[in-house]
Design a protein around this ligand. Structure first.
Ligand SMILES: [Zn+2]
Ligand SMILES: [Zn+2]
Length: 330
């Protein structure tokens, strides 16, 4: 078990993956992390597949850990957002054809060509990333030839000692991976180790425990329950989808603060999905709340409506005003 007390920054893009616990290697690709689970010489799996354009970087990182000809037994997806599956098509076509891809059943409609994710919420604040995310494809993504459901018994395929934990809220079928033996947690986007809304925080990679990236989170009550579920595990090492790695005693304190202040500090006030969640089923999206209108937009609409009413009244009153009778010609 790792006993390092200080948070550690993530690996730079060009550097090899970094070992954070036995058989746990993290690699940052642009602003999202992928994880390799498994010791060299044994079976191993890939967790998530990063942004597009990084298939060769994934292969290079894998070969640096596991040697030439490295090939995982499977890929396990924490969820199917674009920044976590961007290079998956290339990986499956060019790098490791036939690789099984495991995901939670509630995530599968977005990964088997059936459904698109709900739109991200640009109104959550915190920086530019919510607006950047508006440009990300939402699917449907189709990996149906490779897609498999995660085992219902909670085990993680080919990863001895690991279990998957359903942590919905950020995405309906989001899962985190947990190894009780050394209390190691791979949390995907259920919690992250940066302020993912802020380009500054994303660039500096200063580790800080936060709730899920706000702009993609579509059910905040479920997200809060998931954070408390993960806190109750009392992890000693935390690897997440974004930001650096957090380890040691400070992690427990960070989780206590996060859960105590989650509703006050993490849930975006007035955000599109804060008051009522997106309703999703195993077939995809059932209901999406309307985009909330900011006060200034409401004021502009009220002023525009008032102006239109005045113009209408002016026109109609003018039309109804009695015409002056012209004096009859003398
Ligand atoms: Zn996500
Ligand atoms: Zn993400």
């Amino acid at each position: 078990m790792q006993t390092q007390a200080q948070p550690t920054t993530n690996t730079p893009l060009q550097s090899p993956a970094r070992r954070v616990a036995p058989g746990v290697y993290i690699k940052r690709l642009l602003f999202v992390n992928i994880v390799f689970l498994g010791e060299p010489g044994g079976p191993w799996i890939l967790i998530d597949a990063g942004m597009p354009g990084y298939a060769d970087a994934i292969l290079a990182a894998a070969q640096a850990i596991y040697g030439p000809g490295a090939r995982p037994q499977a890929c396990v997806l924490t969820h199917g957002h674009y920044d976590h599956i961007g290079s998956l098509a290339n990986v499956l076509e060019r790098i490791w054809p036939g690789l099984p891809v495991f995901a939670h059943p509630l995530e599968q409609p977005y990964l088997d060509g059936t459904a698109a994710y709900p739109a991200p919420d640009p109104t959550v604040g915190g920086g530019i990333m919510p607006w950047v995310a508006l440009g990300f494809p939402r699917g449907p993504f189709d990996f149906s030839a490779n897609l498999r459901p995660l085992p219902a018994d909670g085990t993680v395929p080919f990863a001895h000692g690991w279990r998957w934990v359903h942590t919905p809220g950020h995405a309906p079928g989001h899962v985190s991976l947990w190894r009780a033996q050394d209390r190691c947690l791979v949390a995907g986007d259920a919690v992250v180790c940066t302020r993912q809304e802020s380009a500054y925080w994303v660039a500096t990679q200063r580790p800080e425990l936060n709730g899920p990236p706000k702009y993609w989170t579509t059910d905040w009550q479920a997200a809060a329950r998931s954070v408390r579920t993960l806190a109750s595990l009392q992890p000693a090492t935390l690897v997440s989808g974004h930001g650096g790695t957090l380890q040691g005693p400070r992690l427990g304190q960070a989780f206590r603060q996060l859960t105590a202040r989650f509703e006050a500090e993490q849930v975006p006030h007035g955000g599109r999905y804060a008051a009522s969640p997106v309703v999703q089923s195993q077939a995809g999206v059932v209901y999406v709340p309307p985009l909330p209108l900011r006060p200034y937009v409401k004021l502009a609409l009220v002023l525009a409506g008032g102006l239109a009413t005045l113009l209408w009244l002016g026109n109609n009153l003018g039309a109804q005003r009695p015409q002056k009778q012209k004096a009859p010609p003398a």
